[in-house]
Design a protein around this ligand. Structure first.
Ligand code: ADP
Ligand code: MG
Length: 698
């Protein structure tokens, strides 16, 4: 039997080579399977007929029944358009076509009844309908009440493929032999237990539901399937349960921790920090391996918690490591921690990719003989040749840069896996955290250290540039330090570098009496570090940089963050960048520089930034705007989402349900070896093979 995935869309009756090319290029629909899974993004209940006299601008769609009174062609050549006047007896409305003018004019007539369906728009204080769908009443009746609305490009629509045509194509497809029986990847037993629709029925109902309840059940079934396989894939890799059984049992809160707390700690912990330290402590004494995600907004004070966790390990005779995503950050952690633990007589070491062979050898020795208490480093820490005598705790800062597989490599460094604490400043909504981080427990530092003033965020346009420079000048005279950040993306690299260098020169010219540091990702690490260091030591008052500074750098005296081309950054990135200021006692500012013309979504994004400092709100907005698949970090986490129907932000309950079901299934069949398990395994391969690159996580 022909396979849905392997049958080219051009062989579907009603498609053919020309339309096929459009569908492929514009919508990515190559096969029968692709079309079947190209779901409408919404359905409209078309059982209601509206009255022209009642149209108002809040109606997303209207359906009218009436007759055309006149047709007029206006303009010439490519500007030609067809205007018609339509009435339903309660009023008249103008209807306009810009494409396929001749064909449309020939197919429509005055005096006959039609059903029009479309989105009303306002033009010169009058409502009109542009390119509505036009049906004869009998045609409309056979279409049923629920009509799918597909996401179609303008090009596709201008070639006559409307939502209605899509729906017809799907209907045709469902009649094809290949679509008569669709293999259902969900085990019968689960389906029965959860009362889920069979796949074929669900697919049909996704496009052509008979009523809203059927549509709801179809969506539930599709969401369940997506999330179930997502969970199964994750849980299979992290095999949560075996890891959980054993862990170093740390029972002593000893001299180092206590002395640090009493004598060294330069401030009082916030209540949130205290709570989190207690949560960690409970894990460490449990005898099971800790796997905890520590979320805390930028500046909430995660580093101290990390250090205190490390001290708990040292108190019990173990070593600890702290892994950071960049050399700059690793160095900064190292310096701070080395300084803080020196009075305790403890040793800290720094291992980076660029660490020279001799220093590296020496460090390795001390890690192996146990005299290196806390090792701080980058990915270099998970190289195969790196070994500890007794690694008790691994702390991973800014988790989102590390994948599940990399964490797994840390676990292999001991017979008993170390406790793992991952820290992230990207506040991740709970449902997403549960999915991305699998079996991690979550702690949250939901409080900033006292005395912090919220950063004031402003949106400014290029026209206000002089004012912005003036303001920055004032801040400089008050002794503050300033960041200027530029976007740099690979596709655009040459142009971006030019912008960045131009920006650097401008700043040097505008502020001739100040020193300017300059950092971008293409520099050699040593040069980057040196420039960074100039800013950290306050020798330079201004830092012009790309987002390499995004993560973790701490310069409390820096109080202004100017983000150039802010419209090109994502929300979570903007929030991270903003987190670089507001770390000292001074009022800090984040100035988003943007061009004036913005899309609605971009404007919304920038407005969110000016309205809130709350990282969780920013993250939720981000997830709503972009969908979780694009959220900073989820890509690097190595997990492909491929979610078409499910929404991690909204479907928390289904996430939980599928998680439980996947967990139970893996408990009874951990290697997916039973016949049912093998089928699941095969399906996972088709779903995730192309997109899973565990070894390429940066
Ligand atoms: P992040 O959570 O972003 O990693 P850091 O750990 O870098 O934040 O902390 C930011 C700043 O706040 C640092 O200068 C740190 O010393 C300071 N800090 C942390 N905890 C407290 C506290 N309880 N009281 C005062 N300052 C604190
Ligand atoms: Mg940090």
């Amino acid at each position: 039997m022909p396979d849905l995935r392997n049958t080219d869309i051009q062989y579907l009756p009603g498609v053919g080579p020309k339309r096929a090319e459009l569908l492929k290029k514009e919508l990515g629909i190559h096969s029968f399977h692709d079309l079947l899974y190209y779901f409408p993004f919404r359905h409209i209940d078309r059982s209601t007929i509206h009255r022209i006299c009642e149209i108002d601008e809040d109606m997303p769609y209207i359906q009218l029944r009436g007759r055309f009174i006149t047709f007029t062609t206006v303009g010439n050549g490519p500007k030609k358009r067809l205007q018609a006047l339509f009435t339903d007896g309660t009023g008249t409305i103008e209807v306009v076509w810009f494409n396929r003018v001749k064909q449309i004019q020939e197919s429509l007539h005055t005096g006959i009844e039609y059903i029009l369906f479309g989105k009303p728009s306002e033009y010169k204080h009058q409502f009109n309908l542009v390119h509505p769908e036009v049906d004869s009443p009998s045609e409309s009746a056979t279409q049923g009440g629920m009509r799918g609305v597909y996401s179609l490009t303008e090009k596709v629509q201008s070639r006559g493929i409307t939502s209605r045509v899509m729906q017809r194509l799907v209907a045709t497809l469902l009649q094809q032999p290949a679509a008569q029986t669709v293999d259902d990847p969900l085990p019968e037993s689960l389906r029965a237990q959860r009362g889920l629709m069979p796949l074929r029925d669900a697919l049909a109902a996704m496009h052509l539901p008979t009523d809203t309840d059927t549509l709801r059940r179809a969506r539930l079934r599709m969401k369940y399937e997506e999330l179930f396989f997502l969970q199964l894939n994750i849980l299979r890799y992290i095999k949560g349960d075996d890891r959980r059984q054993n862990g170093h049992k740390l029972t002593r809160v000893g001299a180092y921790f206590n002395r640090f707390y009493r004598e060294v700690l330069p401030f009082a912990l916030t209540d949130a920090q205290k709570r989190v330290v207690r949560e960690i402590w409970t894990d460490l004494t449990s005898g099971r391996q800790m796997n905890r995600l520590l979320q805390g907004d930028v500046g909430s004070g995660k580093t101290i918690v990390a250090l205190m966790t490390a001290l708990l390990a040292v108190d019990n005779g173990y070593q600890a490591c702290i892994m950071a995503p960049t050399e700059i950050l690793a160095t900064q952690h190292y310096e701070e921690i080395a300084r803080l633990i020196a009075p305790l007589g403890l040793n800290a070491g720094l291992l980076k990719g660029s660490t020279r062979t001799r220093a590296r050898r020496e460090l390795h020795e001390r890690m192996l003989d146990g005299s290196m208490h806390i090792t701080i480093g980058t990915h270099a820490l998970i190289e195969p040749d790196v070994q500890w005598k007794n690694l008790g705790i691994a702390i991973i800062d800014e988790q989102h840069r590390f994948g599940v597989a990399q964490r797994a490599r840390l676990w292999e460094k001991n017979t008993l896996p170390p406790h793992v604490l991952v820290m992230t400043a990207t506040p991740i909504p709970r449902t997403l955290a549960m999915t991305v981080y699998g079996d991690l427990d979550v702690s949250v530092i939901d409080q900033l250290p006292p005395g912090r003033k919220p950063v004031t965020t402003m949106l400014r346009y290029d026209a206000d540039r002089q004012q912005m420079y003036h303001f920055v000048g004032q801040q400089l005279r008050q002794g503050r330090q300033i960041y200027f950040v530029y976007p740099l993306i690979e596709e655009n690299e040459k142009l971006d570098l030019r912008d960045l260098e131009q920006g650097y020169q401008n700043v040097c010219e505008i502020y001739p009496h100040y020193n300017v540091a300059f950092v971008h990702g293409r520099m050699r690490p040593a040069e980057k570090d040196a420039q960074m260091q100039r800013f950290v030591s306050a020798e330079a008052q201004i830092m012009v940089a790309t987002t390499v500074i995004e993560v973790g750098v701490n310069v409390p005296n820096a109080s202004v963050m100017v983000i150039e081309n802010a419209e090109r950054f994502g929300l979570s990135q903007l929030h991270q960048l903003r987190g670089r200021v507001g770390r000292g006692a001074d009022q800090s500012f984040c100035i988003l520089m943007s061009k004036h013309q913005l899309s609605r979504e971009t404007r919304h994004r920038l407005n969110v930034m000016t309205q809130t400092n709350d990282g969780f709100r920013v993250a939720e907005e981000d997830m709503q705007l972009r969908g979780p698949g694009d959220i900073e970090g989820t890509q690097q986490s190595g997990i492909a989402f491929n979610l078409r129907v499910a929404n991690l932000a909204q479907d928390g309950q289904i996430v939980q349900l599928t998680r439980d079901d996947a967990q139970r299934l893996l408990q009874s069949d951990p290697t997916l070896a039973t016949p049912e398990g093998q089928r699941l395994d095969q399906h996972l391969h088709t779903l995730y093979d192309k997109t899973r690159h565990w070894n390429q996580i940066s």
